[in-house]
Design a binder for this molecule. Sequence first.
Ligand SMILES: Cc1ncc(COP(=O)(O)O)c(C=O)c1O
Length: 456
Amino acid sequence: MLNPDLITNAHALLASERANYMKLHPKSAELSVKANQHFLYGVPMHWMNDWGTPVPLFISHAEGAHFTCADGIDYTDFCLGDTGAMFGHSSAPVAKAIAAQASRGYTAMLPSTLAPDVGETLSDFFGLDYWQLATTATDANRFVLRWARAVTGRSKLLVFDGCYHGTIDDTEIDVVNGKTVNRASLLGQVYDLGLHTVAVPFNDLAAVEHELAKGDVAVLLTEPALTNCGMVLPHAGFIESLRALTTKYGTLLTLDETHTISTARGGWAKANSVTPDFLVVGKPIAGGLPAAAYGFSEAMAVRMKAAKDNAPAGHSGIGTTLSGNMMTLAAINATLRDTATEAAYLHMLALAAKLETQLNAAIRAYNLPWNISRMGARLELQFCTNPPSNAAEARAAQNDTIESAIHLYLLNRGVLLTPFHNMMLICPATTEADIAKLVRIFNEFLKDLLKGLRNE
Ligand SMILES: Cc1ncc(COP(=O)(O)O)c(C=O)c1O
């Protein structure tokens, strides 16, 4: 339970930081007025308006771990496009590959001569033999779900409460009174998603086995850690047990590593020697250009081919025109081979560990019942003493006022966190000075937040 005086202070801080933001960002305010003339909510995607700033922050330049806003202010970026720019904004090898490809064609609905190389790169990087591309991780998950239902002949999807796998309808569910129902915020969904999707609590093997034993679950889709409701790390052996249980009951296991690619080079599954039936990756694999991929074993490839070959000719429901375009192929190769290197990961993981230690020290120094969870280069601050075990615990620890106050306080001092929770990512270009800046301002924030309170 958070101290109510803390919330009162957070409200006051938030109000003063909102005023401060408007003083610091006159150009962004001006651009917002213009953009409002032709964009719904004044932004290219409506959710870009949900950051909690009084008007959106418009960006003029991004490079490495930094970007500059329309008002010429430099920011250290710990959001990094919520993983899309996890290997740094405009890294030199990717910029070079894109520039080289730019004069040789963008898209043709045919594979470029780079295709065999890209297949090898994906296989080397993630450790699975076979691959297909998609344009977004949402699409990759959607396609995997379709393949899984086709090859198993089963209809149901098992996910975890609090999951997010993109705007794939089947996963936009919540658990209310033990029942899987459409997420209340979902617009325009007329189908009952609970008919074919079941959600159970993360880290609850008994609940998983109870559902799998019914024999109708085509696929269990999960991230190795829940990363979209705060962060919920798996208990020791949890994902390994999911592997064993899904095999036992003939259900396919899909690991969505769109975010947990932060764990190590090759992702969480490779680092932990767990082989899923499908592995989904997206966001940063082409340096931030729209690209995603899903990998699978040779045995799965045989089952997929059988499903496709036995179906009538025509639309499979899998694939989009721009997926696997020539530009993307060039960017994937340059990202995975030349940017997301072992050395880059060593740097990211070492700095992230250092940041974790220093943030924890600040939390302890101010005697706050908060904690930091970390998955490789990804850190999450949560307002509970112990890391949560499932989404219900993670939700209970959330506090929108404190969260918004932290975000705006840091943003007004040149540090960007990921919106909608308190996530920080380290990229290959992040420096010791960048994390020192974050830690210093976080300490100042805590001091201001606790002003006048007992444990100041
Ligand atoms: C775990 C996970 N999978 C898939 C997606 C979808 O990615 P995209 O929005 O690029 O389609 C997201 C987006 O945040 C995600 O967090």
